[in-house]
Design a protein around this ligand. Sequence first.
Ligand SMILES: *Cc1c(COP(=O)(O)O)cnc(C)c1O
Length: 396
Amino acid sequence: MDKKLIYLDNAATTKLSDEAFEAMLPYLKEDYANPSAIYSFAEKSHSTIDEARATIAKIIGAKTEEIYFTGGGSESDNWALKATAEAYSQKGKHIITSKIEHHAILHTAQWLEKQGYEVTYLDVDPDGLVDLEQLKAAIRPDTILISIMAANNEIGTVEPLKEIGQIAHEHGVLFHTDAVQAFSHIPINVDEMNIDMLSASGHKIHGPKGIGIMYIRKGVRIRSFIHGGAQERSRRAGTHNVPGIVGMAKAAEISAHNMEKNGLAETELRDYLIDRVLREIPHCRLNGHRTHRLPNNANFCFRFIEGESLLILLDQNGICGSSGSACTSGSLDPSHVLLAIGLPHEIAHGSLRLTLSEDTTREEIDFVVDKLKEIIDRLRGMSPLYEDFVKSGKEA
Ligand SMILES: *Cc1c(COP(=O)(O)O)cnc(C)c1O
């Protein structure tokens, strides 16, 4: 590629950091021993897993033995829902989640409905915040689990975890949070927030793909999800992905260490981007909460624009963004998140998500906004709908 790449799709995945890459290398080559083996050659792989577990536990205020390594965020989400549903089916078969969860939660919940479970999907307000009163009202004697994401992957809204955890705790219901977008980006403490289970993923925090964690509070009776060997306290079988574990822990350590600094810098750049777009491009809106949002997330709707066409023209300028989430692009359905915050179909179609990283620069943002203005002008110039709109005189 001769053009410089401007990568603003960090909610979809992130670049592996140099430190995480370096930390992984020995375990891809010379230290290849199976960490479950008895001989001393396995000692290093074994002890590095313990260290990684401790590093990750510390970031969310958990105990080391409460962290379980999985194959990624989707696996952790599946595990949390399916295995809790099974283990607590004696108590009841009702689960509460929200309409704006990632598909790893939503599709699992839908599958559980086919198995005879009942699921309540909570509404969110126009900013994407779950309705706490509706949550309280939804809890029943047979409710076994509340699963609400920490921060939304499309619109960046950060949910009131502490309040949700409080409500769950008061009613004796387990609380799981999909923290894939939030882990090591914003502060999370499992005790202060009464979180019983938490999912996180390596590749969203500059770690490798195919590795994730699940935090499971001591005492939660969750079943094994992958059956086999005795790894992960017999709760998640399979030979440890040692390089992945080491890479994720290193990435998490760096990300958590720089959380405040990066958060401030990204928030400033994000707000600069948001302000410029809202000020300089007519007929657009910001999706998600103005302030209770991830430091790196901006999500806009542009009227009279197809998200797909916008992405293609941005791509021609070396800019990577997304419309909806990576999982829904390629389908013509508008994002379930944008519909849940109350946007009509035709507006939800013209969305653009730009997600920054700590490497994003102001020059890049300026370049992107300038291109965006040009592209949107051009697309609207070709749009019969826009022409009708202008002719109708509503413009003024
Ligand atoms: C990316 C993502 C997932 C899935 O994680 P993988 O590690 O890619 O399986 C789940 N939930 C949210 C909120 C995400 O952003």
